[in-house]
Write a protein that binds this ligand. Sequence first.
Ligand SMILES: [Zn+2]
Length: 111
Amino acid sequence: MIQFATELARQAYKERQAKKKKVNREAIIKHIQKLRQSSKCSKCDTIGGLQFHHFESRGGNRKLTIRFAAFSGSWTKLQRELAKGEWLCHTCHVATHNEVTNNGNQGNDSK
Ligand SMILES: [Zn+2]
């Protein structure tokens, strides 16, 4: 715990931390936008207008999205999230989710 001489000093510290987080948050959002525009779709090499596909979304166990990582203002969390997915164009993203859904239904269908 940090000890503060005065209540004013404590307030000033809190404000500095909040400002830092806000600056980080804005930088992270800009970084994500840049990635979205400059990355290639992992499947068909389309550039721009990409969506982030989270590998874990198939299990519905998506604890932290990159949007949330951005909001947290933490670069560490963002890097951790980026490692858990890939950039896909809209077409491939939809196709990927359809594939996952179809695979999930396999075996349950008694024809
Ligand atoms: Zn694609």
